[in-house]
Structure formats: C-alpha cells, structure tokens
Design a protein around this ligand. Structure first.
Ligand code: C5J
Length: 222
C-alpha cells in the first residue's frame, strides 16, 4: 500500500496493482501551435509547460511497474461520432474535421491527433480514442478497467477543467478513488485550473484528491 500523506484534502492510499495512471489528451492538437486548442484562440504554451512534469511521473510510474492509460480526443474521419453541435460550437479558425497545418483537426490518425512524442505510449499501455470530453463516454474504458481489477485512478493531462475534470467526475461516479496531479495538469485559463483543484477536494474529497508530482514520485517504489 502506498500512502501520499501530503495529498489534499487528506492522505491518499492506493495499491499499484489495482491502480492506473490516466493521461488525458496530451495531444499535439491541444499542446502545439496549429491544432484545435490554438484554433479556438488559446495560448498553448501553458499546456506545453507541463510536458516535462508529466514525463517525469510517467517514467517513474512505468519504472514502478504501474499500468498506464492514454486518452486522445479523436473523431472518425467521416465525423459520424462528432455531434453537429460540437462541430458548430464556438468561433474557431478551423473546425473539427477541417484541414490544418497538422492534418485534419481532432481526427483520428492525423499527425495533430497524436500524443506528443515525449509522452508517446509504449507497448502494453492502453490507448483510448474518445469522441467526448469524458474518457468513459462511448469508449469501453470502464469495462476494461473492471476486468483488470482497477479501483484507483491517478490523473494528469489537459485541459484541467474540460477533459480532465469531466473524466475524473465520470470515474468518481463509477466508484473509482481518483487523484489529480496538481502540476501534471494545465488549462488555457489559470483561474479555471485553480477552481477545478479546489472543487475536486472540497467537501471532504467530493470528487477526489490532489497531490504534487514530487509527492507522487517519492511514494512510488523505484
Ligand atoms: C478540450 C480537452 N478542451 N482535452 N478538450 O476541448 O480538454
């Protein structure tokens, strides 16, 4: 049993064999110029800044023998899994499915839809393509985790208040004990990230726990 005494709002305990590290949407489409995030008018440098921290935790988790899940926000090439309302929403310079400098925006298999090279999945890791913001909607992820006996999920990725928080709430409702790595997640909006961390841990961990990356890696067996 691993105990993170410094977690908020109180100690988080987990067994590595019954846990998964879930890295949400660390894709070029969100993190690099020319993708979906920038097309919506966002400054992607805030998201790029967490890559080294996410990589440190990922390497430590792998070295400890932990299970890893990567997600990608991705639609089929014919956009049959993209609700028209999602495609219409906002006033982007490029819409989902349009051709951009890294290929078609948020379309599976396109260069921009790949996970950034520093965090690329390796053999044996689970990779989930999700059409929604949450990792549990229309993906079969819950069934896969159940079949592996997973009870605890440690989250990182982007963006904190959209795909990360949605996935964590979905996981919480399905009975997982969830922790979000504070410096392993980022938002285009600093105030939204701060509010998300606060609402997760409020009311006695109503959605889950948070902890710094260094506290997590220090707790992992080497
Ligand atoms: C967004 C995500 N922000 N991965 N997706 O549209 O958070």
């Amino acid at each position: 049993m691993i105990e993170l005494a410094a977690a908020q709002p109180f100690a988080y305990r987990f067994e590595l064999a019954h846990s998964a590290l879930v890295i949400i949407d660390m894709q070029r489409d969100f993190v690099e110029p020319g993708g979906f995030g920038e097309s919506l008018g966002n400054d992607v440098t805030r998201l790029q800044a967490i890559v080294p921290t996410v990589q440190r935790v990922l390497h430590a988790w792998r070295a400890a023998g932990g299970r890893v899940v990567h997600t990608r926000e991705a639609h089929r090439a014919d956009l049959s899994d993209c609700p028209p309302a999602k495609r219409r929403r906002g006033n982007p310079t490029l819409r989902i499915g349009d051709a951009g400098p890294m290929g078609r925006i948020l379309v599976a298999g396109e260069p921009g839809n790949q996970i950034v090279p520093a965090l690329a999945p390796i053999d044996g890791e689970i990779v989930i393509d999700k059409p929604g913001k949450g990792a549990f909607y229309a993906t079969g992820l819950h069934e896969r985790l159940q079949s592996l006996g997973v009870t605890h999920l440690v989250f990182m990725g982007v963006t904190t208040e959209v795909c990360v928080q949605t996935s964590m709430r979905e996981a919480n409702d399905r009975g997982y004990e969830c922790l979000l790595v504070e410096d392993g997640t980022a938002s285009y909006f600093a105030e939204f990230k701060a509010a998300t961390l606060a609402m997760i841990t409020a009311q006695g961990a109503i959605v889950g726990w948070t902890a710094r990356a260094a506290a997590l890696t220090a707790g992992l067996p080497s």
